[in-house]
Write a protein that binds this ligand. Structure first.
Ligand code: GLC
Ligand code: CA
Length: 562
């Protein structure tokens, strides 16, 4: 049996901070965040304790999906800066011990990418086969019944060449044909181009969708997610391409790779991340963000902590020494964590934001912090569909209206789940536009920036920011680093619907993590002797596990002896 899984890798104890460049910090007053703006804030990220930045796309793009539609993989979007700025960012980050992970968006390109323009230009163009073109079915309909995430159908008809092309996302994001070896070589070349500049790795956008079965069969599953996923998600082709990518590119660099992979279970998690399979370091799974909604569908469900705990602990246990987890509460596609799982008003905002951080950062795996999460930023309130920017919000709205849902109900759904909650600009201080820009922000800010902002948080030792900093310190520290990163995970009281409690153990050491997810006092007891109260989100230290009175949203970490 191999022991390779025990080999330590630098990204095992990493803490990743995600930046959505458009909304992070604007250095030149045009209302759009940019790379020089990021450089200005590197100290802020370093002090937080993050040592990796995942940068959402900064490549040249028509920005139909805010950069996830790339028209040139080797240049920087002018609104974000220049290649020199990007190189300076790498250099300045390196000085602070921070690695930069870029987004790799290669399931699709923009329809403005020269590859697609050529491909579209004629049936016999050498790049015709770089994308997925198909004849209509008898009668002229789409080649199959697959759906798109952003539009009703995954196929768009091209009149001049009399064929359809495939797009799992918008029609401005045509899917690349990974079955063509020239496409794969072009992607690998581009990856070398960036890695040679000293990149710390890649976050791979919807990487589990790159394998398309050559017979393009009809979908049969219409009740969960976007129809077609049964054929294009996590298939053998995808794993084969990833192993080839590893062999031709990744094995030559010591990098972090994280695949964005909806529709995965823990077995898929092991397939992608077991080190002996030579694919990628870890994946983002979606099970836990699909509890209170149908992921990528406009359907709300009730949040159930019992289910949440079952999912998280299953991932912790099933990948233990057989792969690697990534753990996250939010990102640029999700609503704000404190609004979704905690309480986003009054004093409980800060307490519950810290509670959520405690639960996540004491888990095994690599934690990801989404910009503003460390301030406890909240969802913004939208009143009208015109206030949204995101194309998915508009699509979901239309879908709901078409189903006969009222306008208000549709807006209510978006107020819970729109991706724009995470995409409104970052709050730096209490001045106009939160110090994000001196101009007109591309998307209006959440007006609560006057109370919730970075300059306030830095000054206040009890802020969410400083709590995140302490959690990152624990993960990197002598005392608890090993147990937090490599310890075994055991869920306690799985049926408890208000309190999330689990153990971490490594050698002789045991940590108990307890978090009250409710706004009520909860009385609980846990076995074991409390040796040391490591950290908590309330001033009082916990002393006796046999008689605990947990205040609303209280959380703590204790070293115990069982
Ligand atoms: C991923 C990205 C999302 C984007 C989509 C298409 O899900 O995270 O923002 O819209 O892929 O590239
Ligand atoms: Ca700018």
């Amino acid at each position: 049996m191999s022991t390779k899984h025990l080999e330590k890798r630098w990204w095992h104890d990493a803490v990743v901070y995600q930046i959505y460049p458009r909304s992070f910090n604007d250095s030149n007053g045009d209302g759009i965040g940019d790379i020089p703006g990021i450089i200005e804030k590197l100290d802020y990220i370093q002090e937080l304790g993050a040592n990796v930045i995942w940068l959402s796309p900064v490549y040249k793009s028509p920005m139909d999906d805010n950069g996830y539609d790339i028209s040139d993989y080797r240049s920087i979007a002018p609104e974000f800066g220049t290649m020199t700025d990007m190189e300076k960012l790498l250099y300045e980050a390196d000085l602070r011990g921070i690695k930069i992970v870029m987004d790799l968006v290669v399931n699709h390109t923009s329809d403005q990418h020269p590859w697609f323009i050529e491909s579209k230009s004629s049936l016999d163009n050498p790049k015709r086969d770089w994308y997925i073109w198909k004849d209509a079915k008898q009668g002229g309909s789409e080649p199959n019944n697959w759906e798109s995430f952003f539009e009703p159908k995954a196929w768009t008809f091209d009149e001049p060449s009399n064929q359809y092309y495939l797009h799992i996302f918008s029609h401005k994001q045509p899917d690349l044909n990974w079955a063509n070896p020239e496409v794969r070589e072009a992607v690998y070349d581009m990856m070398h181009f960036w890695l040679k500049k000293g990149l710390g790795g890649f976050r791979m956008d919807v990487i589990n969708m790159i394998g398309k079965p050559s017979d393009f069969p009809d979908a049969t599953i219409f009740d969960s997610g976007v129809a077609g996923w049964e054929h294009w998600a996590n298939n053998l082709l995808c794993h084969q391409y990833l192993r080839e990518m590893h062999d031709k590119v990744l094995k030559h660099y010591d990098v972090l790779t994280v695949g964005e992979t909806p529709f995965t279970n823990t077995l898929d998690g092991r397939f992608y991340s077991h080190p002996d399979r030579n694919e990628i370091s870890m994946i983002f799974q979606f099970e836990h963000v699909s509890i209170d909604r149908e992921e990528h569908n406009a359907v709300k469900k009730d949040f159930d902590l019992v289910q949440y705990k079952e999912i998280m602990s299953r991932w912790q246990e099933d990948l233990y020494q057989k792969g690697w987890n990534s753990v996250y509460w939010s990102n640029h596609d999700q609503p704000r964590a404190v609004s979704r799982y905690g309480c986003d008003s009054g004093p409980n905002r800060i307490i519950s934001a810290k509670m959520l951080a405690t639960v996540l950062h004491m888990m095994s795996g690599t934690p990801y912090i989404y910009q503003g999460e460390e301030l406890g930023m909240t969802n913004k309130h939208f009143s009208h569909i015109d206030e949204f920017n995101d194309l998915m919000a508009k699509f979901h709205y239309q879908k709901m209206i078409n189903k006969g849902v009222s306008e208000q109900t549709a807006i209510d759904f978006l107020n819970d789940f729109s991706r724009d909650h995470a995409r409104v600009p970052m709050h730096w201080d209490g001045s106009d536009n939160g110090g994000f820009t001196t101009g007109k922000p591309w998307l209006p800010l959440n007006p609560n920036y006057t109370d919730i902002n970075a300059s306030q948080a830095l000054l206040d030792h009890d802020s969410v920011y400083h709590y995140y900093r302490q959690l990152a310190e624990l993960r990197k520290g002598e005392e608890y680093g090993e147990i937090i990163v490599y310890g075994k995970h055991t869920l306690l009281d799985p049926q408890d619907k208000d309190v999330y409690a689990y153990l971490r153990s490594f050698g002789e050491k045991t940590l108990l993590i307890v978090a009250n997810f409710s706004d009520q006092i909860q009385k609980r007891h846990y076995s074991g002797q409390l040796n040391y109260h490591v950290l908590g989100n309330l001033p009082d230290k916990v002393t006796d596990l046999s008689r605990l009175t947990l205040l609303p949203y209280q959380a703590f970490i204790a070293e115990i002896t069982l």
